[in-house]
Design a protein around this ligand. Structure first.
Ligand SMILES: C[C@](O)(CO)[C@H](O)COP(=O)(O)OP(=O)(O)OC[C@H]1O[C@@H](n2ccc(N)nc2=O)[C@H](O)[C@@H]1O
Ligand SMILES: Nc1ncnc2c1ncn2[C@@H]1O[C@H](COP(=O)(O)OP(=O)(O)OP(=O)(O)O)[C@@H](O)[C@H]1O
Length: 300
C-alpha cells in the first residue's frame, strides 16, 4: 500500500523589511512583516524505498532535485529527530517563482515537513516543527504559519499579526532570479561607513494591516533591501514605474527580489495594473493574488 499526503503552502510578500547591520554570524537582524499571499506550491509525499524529489511547473528546471532541496532537507531533519529513514518520494507542484523573493524554497521546506509529519504520524508539537523550520531557513517558520506575522531575530521569531481585511496584489516576475545572500551582501556594501539603525516594525504599518486599509498600508510599506536589489538588477526600476503609472497604490521589491509587488485598492484595479504590466514588456509574467492566505495546510 502506498500512503500519500499533500500540503498546500503560500508565497509571501514582505510589507516591511527593516534590516539591521550584519551580525557576527553573517545574518542580519530584521523587523520583517510577512504577509502570505494566495500563490501556492503543493508538496506531496509518498512512502517510497528511498528519498527522491521531483518537481513540475513553469520554473521546475531551476529547482535542485538533490539533497540540497529544502523539501528533502526538511524530510531528513524530521526523520533524524524521530530516528527513522526519510524514505519518501517528494513531489513539488511549483507555482511560486524560483529565486523570486517570495519564499518558494521555504514554502516547499515547510510543506514537506508538515506532509512527512502527517505521513509518519510522529506526533511532533507545533513548537518542534517551528524549531526544525528555523533550522532550515529564516523564512521557513512563516511558510508554516502563514497569515501575517512580524519576524524578528533573522526573521524566524514570529509574532502573529491581526489583519482586518483582504489586500489585493499584483506580482511581476523577472526573467532571471536574484540570490538572497548576494542581495544582503550588496546591502552591506551600500551601507559601508554609515550607521545602520536597529530594525523596528512601523506602528503605522501594523495599524494599517489591523484596519485592512490599503491606502494606509501603501503609505507605510518599506523594504531596506530594495536599493540593493535595484543596484544588482537596475531594470526593476522600469517595472516599478510601469505599475505605479498603471494606478498601483504602491510598488516595491518583494523581499530580496527580483519579483516586484504592487498593491491595488480592489480586484478590478489589480486586474488593470496586471494588464498594464503585461503590456509594458518590463517583466516575464504577471500574477494577481490576495492576502492574507493560510499557512501550510494538509489538503489530501
Ligand atoms: C529576504 C528574506 O526573504 C525576507 O523575508 C529573508 O530574510 C531571507 O530568508 P531565507 O531565504 O530563508 O534566508 P536563509 O536561508 O536563512 O539565509 C540565506 C542567506 O541570506 C542572508 N540572510 C538571511 C536572513 C537574514 N536575516 N540575514 C541574512 O543575512 C545570509 O547571507 C544567509 O546565508
Ligand atoms: N524547493 C525548492 N524550490 C526552489 N528553490 C530551491 C528549493 N530548494 C532549494 N532551492 C534553492 O534555493 C534557491 C532560492 O530559491 P527560492 O525560490 O527559495 O528563492 P526566494 O524565493 O528568493 O527565497 P526567499 O524569498 O526566502 O529569500 C534556488 O535558486 C535553489 O537553488
Amino acid at each position: 500500500m502506498s500512503a500519500s499526503v499533500t500540503v498546500r503552502v503560500p508565497a509571501k510578500v514582505n510589507v516591511q523589511l527593516a534590516v539591521g547591520a550584519a551580525r557576527p554570524d553573517g545574518f542580519h537582524d530584521l523587523a520583517n512583516v510577512f504577509l502570505a499571499v494566495g500563490l501556492y506550491d503543493e508538496v506531496t509525499v509518498t512512502a517510497a524505498d528511498e528519498l527522491r524529489v521531483t518537481c513540475d511547473g513553469p520554473d521546475a528546471d531551476q529547482v535542485p532535485l538533490d539533497r540540497t532541496n529544502l523539501a528533502a532537507r526538511a524530510a531528513e531533519a524530521l526523520a533524524e529527530r524521530y530516528g527513522r529513514t526519510p524514505d519518501v518520494h517528494i513531489h513539488i507542484a511549483k507555482d511560486i517563482p524560483v529565486a523570486g523573493g517570495m519564499a518558494g524554497g521555504s514554502a516547499d521546506g515547510a510543506g514537506a515537513l508538515l506532509a512527512c509529519d502527517a505521513l509518519w504520524g510522529t506526533g511532533a508539537s507545533r513548537d518542534e516543527l517551528l524549531d526544525i523550520c528555523a533550522e532550515l531557513g529564516s523564512d521557513v517558520p512563516f511558510s508554516l504559519v502563514g497569515g501575517a506575522a512580524l519576524g524578528t531575530g533573522r526573521g524566524e521569531k514570529l509574532t502573529t499579526l491581526e489583519v482586518g481585511g483582504t489586500f489585493h496584489w499584483v506580482f511581476a516576475m523577472a526573467d532571471r532570479g536574484l540570490s538572497t545572500p548576494a542581495v544582503f551582501r550588496e546591502f552591506d556594501r551600500l551601507g559601508e561607513g554609515t550607521d545602520i539603525p536597529e530594525p523596528l516594525a512601523s506602528q503605522a504599518l501594523l495599524d494599517a494591516l489591523a484596519k485592512g486599509d490599503p491606502d494606509a498600508l501603501a503609505a507605510a510599506v518599506s523594504n531596506d533591501l530594495q536599493p540593493a536589489a535595484l543596484s544588482l538588477f537596475p531594470e526593476l526600476a522600469d517595472t516599478l514605474a510601469a505599475g505605479r503609472a498603471a494606478g498601483a497604490l504602491t510598488a516595491l521589491v518583494s523581499g530580496s527580489g527580483p519579483t516586484t509587488a504592487f498593491l491595488a485598492r480592489d480586484p478590478e484595479s489589480a486586474a488593470k495594473v496586471a494588464e498594464a504590466l503585461r503590456a509594458s514588456g518590463t517583466c516575464r509574467t504577471v500574477r494577481t493574488a490576495s492576502g492574507p492566505a493560510p499557512g501550510a495546510t494538509v489538503i489530501g
